[in-house]
Design a protein around this ligand. Structure first.
Ligand SMILES: [Zn+2]
Ligand SMILES: [Zn+2]
Length: 176
């Protein structure tokens, strides 16, 4: 997943189309269950900057936040980004101003713009905080651990609340 900068520098004012289709575990350790990533974007070069615009779709195995079962989650997002091309290598000493620029902007040096880390961030940012295997997932019972999507159990919370109220009623009647 890279853009060879001489390619787009030689097509000044034009955009080039890119598409990648990869297995996530070929590139990343973050997704041990694997998954597929497809990405399409176009890139152009102008005045020391690479502009990319496109979208990605990742199918990733996620754990449901309610029932804890793994399920295939599809994440999609659009992106557009500006990478600043610098003459300096990352290992060379940056002047103060350059270092500051590097902290706030995406900087690329050399002939190839590697997209792995940028895309990793995109995927992580698009992940849901509390993924659900389905919108109405019933989750697991927090008392006996039964997966309530598969079967029901005897310790339903609703009944327990009623039980408490009944107990209060009993106390009331026995006290009068
Ligand atoms: Zn679930
Ligand atoms: Zn239960």
């Amino acid at each position: 997943m890279l853009i060879h900068l001489p390619d787009i520098k030689s097509k000044l004012g034009e955009t080039l189309d890119y598409s990648f289709q990869v297995e996530l575990d070929d590139y990343y350790d973050d997704f041990p269950e694997g998954g597929k990533l497809t990405m399409q974007f176009n890139a152009s070069y102008s005045e020391g900057e690479v502009l990319i615009t496109g979208s990605f779709e990742a199918s990733i195995t996620a754990l449901c936040s309610r029932c804890l079962e793994p399920f295939l989650q599809v994440q999609k997002a659009d992106f557009n980004e500006v990478f600043t091309v610098t003459q300096h290598g990352f290992d060379e000493e940056f002047s103060d101003s350059l270092a500051e620029e590097a902290a706030n902007r995406l900087v690329v040096s050399g002939d190839d713009l590697y997209l792995e880390e940028y895309v990793r961030q995109l995927i992580i940012l698009s992940q849901e905080y509390r993924p659900l295997c389905k919108p109405d997932c019933k989750g697991i019972c927090d008392q006996c651990g039964t997966d309530l999507n598969q079967s029901s159990c005897q310790c339903s919370k609703g009944e327990e609340m009623i039980d408490v109220r009944l107990l209060k009623l009993k106390e009331y009647y026995s006290g009068s």
